[in-house]
Design a protein around this ligand. Structure first.
Ligand code: HEM
Length: 162
Protein backbone atom coordinates (compact mmCIF):
# COMPACT_ATOMS: atom_id res chain seq x y z
CA UNK A 1 0.00 0.00 0.00
CA UNK A 2 1.49 3.31 -1.11
CA UNK A 3 0.91 6.02 1.47
CA UNK A 4 0.44 9.69 0.79
CA UNK A 5 3.87 10.99 0.05
CA UNK A 6 5.65 13.52 2.18
CA UNK A 7 5.57 15.77 -0.88
CA UNK A 8 1.79 15.60 -1.04
CA UNK A 9 1.30 16.31 2.64
CA UNK A 10 3.79 19.16 2.57
CA UNK A 11 2.34 20.55 -0.65
CA UNK A 12 -1.23 20.62 0.58
CA UNK A 13 -0.20 22.32 3.81
CA UNK A 14 1.96 24.72 1.81
CA UNK A 15 -0.89 25.63 -0.55
CA UNK A 16 -3.27 26.33 2.33
CA UNK A 17 -0.64 28.42 4.10
CA UNK A 18 -0.14 30.56 0.99
CA UNK A 19 -3.70 31.26 -0.09
CA UNK A 20 -6.01 33.87 1.40
CA UNK A 21 -9.07 31.89 2.48
CA UNK A 22 -11.43 34.85 2.17
CA UNK A 23 -10.36 35.68 -1.36
CA UNK A 24 -10.14 32.13 -2.71
CA UNK A 25 -13.37 31.12 -0.96
CA UNK A 26 -15.29 34.08 -2.33
CA UNK A 27 -13.98 33.67 -5.87
CA UNK A 28 -14.45 29.90 -5.93
CA UNK A 29 -18.02 29.97 -4.62
CA UNK A 30 -18.88 32.87 -6.95
CA UNK A 31 -17.39 31.00 -9.91
CA UNK A 32 -19.36 27.88 -9.00
CA UNK A 33 -22.60 29.89 -8.87
CA UNK A 34 -21.88 31.50 -12.26
CA UNK A 35 -20.56 28.49 -14.15
CA UNK A 36 -23.07 26.01 -12.69
CA UNK A 37 -26.13 28.22 -12.20
CA UNK A 38 -28.29 25.42 -10.80
CA UNK A 39 -26.19 25.60 -7.65
CA UNK A 40 -27.84 28.99 -6.94
CA UNK A 41 -31.02 27.24 -5.87
CA UNK A 42 -29.49 26.29 -2.52
CA UNK A 43 -28.71 29.90 -1.70
CA UNK A 44 -32.16 31.41 -2.08
CA UNK A 45 -31.68 33.44 1.11
CA UNK A 46 -28.43 35.03 -0.11
CA UNK A 47 -30.08 37.94 -1.94
CA UNK A 48 -28.97 39.23 -5.34
CA UNK A 49 -27.35 36.53 -7.47
CA UNK A 50 -28.60 38.13 -10.68
CA UNK A 51 -25.35 38.12 -12.66
CA UNK A 52 -21.63 37.47 -12.26
CA UNK A 53 -20.86 40.96 -10.91
CA UNK A 54 -23.70 40.76 -8.40
CA UNK A 55 -22.57 37.32 -7.27
CA UNK A 56 -18.95 38.48 -6.79
CA UNK A 57 -20.11 41.53 -4.85
CA UNK A 58 -22.61 39.66 -2.69
CA UNK A 59 -21.42 39.73 0.95
CA UNK A 60 -23.24 36.48 1.75
CA UNK A 61 -21.29 34.72 -1.00
CA UNK A 62 -18.05 36.15 0.40
CA UNK A 63 -18.89 35.08 3.94
CA UNK A 64 -19.94 31.61 2.88
CA UNK A 65 -16.86 31.14 0.68
CA UNK A 66 -14.74 31.77 3.77
CA UNK A 67 -16.84 29.26 5.74
CA UNK A 68 -16.20 26.59 3.10
CA UNK A 69 -12.45 27.22 3.17
CA UNK A 70 -12.43 26.96 6.97
CA UNK A 71 -14.28 23.68 6.53
CA UNK A 72 -11.48 22.48 4.27
CA UNK A 73 -8.87 23.54 6.79
CA UNK A 74 -10.20 20.91 9.18
CA UNK A 75 -9.17 18.24 6.69
CA UNK A 76 -5.77 19.86 6.15
CA UNK A 77 -5.21 19.46 9.89
CA UNK A 78 -6.28 15.82 9.57
CA UNK A 79 -3.77 15.08 6.84
CA UNK A 80 -1.35 13.24 9.06
CA UNK A 81 -4.04 10.68 9.80
CA UNK A 82 -4.70 9.90 6.14
CA UNK A 83 -2.70 6.86 5.20
CA UNK A 84 -3.91 5.03 2.14
CA UNK A 85 -3.43 5.31 -1.59
CA UNK A 86 -5.35 7.40 -4.06
CA UNK A 87 -6.74 4.20 -5.62
CA UNK A 88 -8.09 3.09 -2.26
CA UNK A 89 -9.34 6.48 -1.19
CA UNK A 90 -13.00 5.70 -1.14
CA UNK A 91 -12.42 2.56 0.88
CA UNK A 92 -9.84 3.49 3.46
CA UNK A 93 -9.26 7.21 3.81
CA UNK A 94 -12.85 7.88 4.54
CA UNK A 95 -12.56 5.95 7.77
CA UNK A 96 -10.06 8.53 8.92
CA UNK A 97 -11.62 11.64 7.55
CA UNK A 98 -15.31 10.83 7.62
CA UNK A 99 -15.72 11.73 11.27
CA UNK A 100 -14.41 15.20 10.47
CA UNK A 101 -17.14 15.60 7.89
CA UNK A 102 -19.89 13.46 9.38
CA UNK A 103 -21.91 16.39 10.65
CA UNK A 104 -21.36 18.43 7.50
CA UNK A 105 -22.41 15.49 5.37
CA UNK A 106 -25.63 15.11 7.34
CA UNK A 107 -26.28 18.85 7.08
CA UNK A 108 -25.77 18.94 3.29
CA UNK A 109 -27.80 15.82 2.62
CA UNK A 110 -30.64 15.75 5.14
CA UNK A 111 -31.19 19.43 5.81
CA UNK A 112 -29.96 21.27 2.71
CA UNK A 113 -30.61 18.44 0.20
CA UNK A 114 -27.57 19.44 -1.84
CA UNK A 115 -27.00 17.10 -4.80
CA UNK A 116 -23.57 15.57 -4.01
CA UNK A 117 -22.41 15.99 -7.63
CA UNK A 118 -22.12 19.66 -6.78
CA UNK A 119 -19.34 19.04 -4.24
CA UNK A 120 -16.94 18.13 -7.02
CA UNK A 121 -17.95 21.17 -9.04
CA UNK A 122 -17.13 23.49 -6.15
CA UNK A 123 -13.90 21.58 -5.51
CA UNK A 124 -12.91 22.12 -9.16
CA UNK A 125 -13.60 25.84 -8.81
CA UNK A 126 -11.35 25.89 -5.74
CA UNK A 127 -8.59 24.27 -7.82
CA UNK A 128 -9.03 26.80 -10.63
CA UNK A 129 -8.99 29.80 -8.33
CA UNK A 130 -5.99 28.43 -6.44
CA UNK A 131 -4.19 28.02 -9.77
CA UNK A 132 -4.93 31.57 -10.82
CA UNK A 133 -3.89 32.86 -7.38
CA UNK A 134 -0.56 31.02 -7.23
CA UNK A 135 0.20 31.51 -10.92
CA UNK A 136 3.21 29.85 -12.48
CA UNK A 137 4.36 28.45 -9.13
CA UNK A 138 1.32 26.13 -9.14
CA UNK A 139 2.98 23.11 -10.76
CA UNK A 140 1.24 20.04 -12.15
CA UNK A 141 2.43 18.06 -9.12
CA UNK A 142 0.89 20.65 -6.80
CA UNK A 143 -2.39 20.44 -8.72
CA UNK A 144 -2.34 16.65 -8.44
CA UNK A 145 -1.84 16.82 -4.66
CA UNK A 146 -4.58 19.42 -4.22
CA UNK A 147 -7.07 17.48 -6.34
CA UNK A 148 -6.30 14.27 -4.49
CA UNK A 149 -6.99 16.07 -1.22
CA UNK A 150 -10.22 17.61 -2.50
CA UNK A 151 -11.36 14.21 -3.80
CA UNK A 152 -11.10 12.84 -0.25
CA UNK A 153 -13.13 15.74 1.11
CA UNK A 154 -15.78 15.37 -1.62
CA UNK A 155 -16.08 11.64 -0.88
CA UNK A 156 -16.39 12.29 2.84
CA UNK A 157 -19.05 14.94 2.30
CA UNK A 158 -20.97 12.49 0.14
CA UNK A 159 -20.74 9.72 2.70
CA UNK A 160 -24.20 10.37 4.08
CA UNK A 161 -25.73 9.80 0.64
CA UNK A 162 -24.35 6.28 0.13
C1 HEM B 1 -23.11 25.22 4.67
C2 HEM B 1 -18.71 23.38 3.73
C3 HEM B 1 -20.11 22.34 -0.78
C4 HEM B 1 -24.39 24.46 0.05
C5 HEM B 1 -21.80 24.82 4.79
C6 HEM B 1 -20.98 25.01 5.97
C7 HEM B 1 -19.74 24.50 5.69
C8 HEM B 1 -19.77 23.99 4.35
C9 HEM B 1 -18.51 24.45 6.63
C10 HEM B 1 -21.45 25.68 7.27
C11 HEM B 1 -22.05 24.63 8.15
C12 HEM B 1 -22.62 25.20 9.45
O1 HEM B 1 -23.09 26.34 9.45
O2 HEM B 1 -22.57 24.46 10.43
C13 HEM B 1 -18.73 22.90 2.44
C14 HEM B 1 -17.59 22.28 1.77
C15 HEM B 1 -18.00 22.00 0.50
C16 HEM B 1 -19.37 22.44 0.38
C17 HEM B 1 -16.23 22.01 2.41
C18 HEM B 1 -17.24 21.35 -0.65
C19 HEM B 1 -16.00 21.59 -0.96
C20 HEM B 1 -21.38 22.87 -0.96
C21 HEM B 1 -22.09 22.91 -2.23
C22 HEM B 1 -23.29 23.50 -1.99
C23 HEM B 1 -23.35 23.84 -0.57
C24 HEM B 1 -21.52 22.41 -3.55
C25 HEM B 1 -24.43 23.81 -2.94
C26 HEM B 1 -24.32 23.81 -4.24
C27 HEM B 1 -24.40 24.86 1.36
C28 HEM B 1 -25.49 25.63 1.95
C29 HEM B 1 -25.12 25.86 3.29
C30 HEM B 1 -23.82 25.21 3.49
C31 HEM B 1 -26.78 26.10 1.24
C32 HEM B 1 -25.92 26.66 4.34
C33 HEM B 1 -25.58 28.13 4.07
C34 HEM B 1 -26.27 29.10 4.98
O3 HEM B 1 -27.47 29.25 4.87
O4 HEM B 1 -25.57 29.74 5.79
N1 HEM B 1 -21.04 24.20 3.82
N2 HEM B 1 -19.79 22.97 1.57
N3 HEM B 1 -22.17 23.42 0.02
N4 HEM B 1 -23.42 24.64 2.31
FE1 HEM B 1 -21.66 23.73 1.95
Amino acid sequence: MVEWTDFERATIKDIFSKIDYASVGQQALARCLVVYPWTQRYFGNFGNLYNAAAILGNPNVAAHGLTVMRGLEKAVKDLDNIKSTYAELTVKDLDNIKSTYAELSVLHSEKLHVDPDNFRLLADCITIVTASTLGASFSAEMQAALQKFLAVVVSALGKQYQ
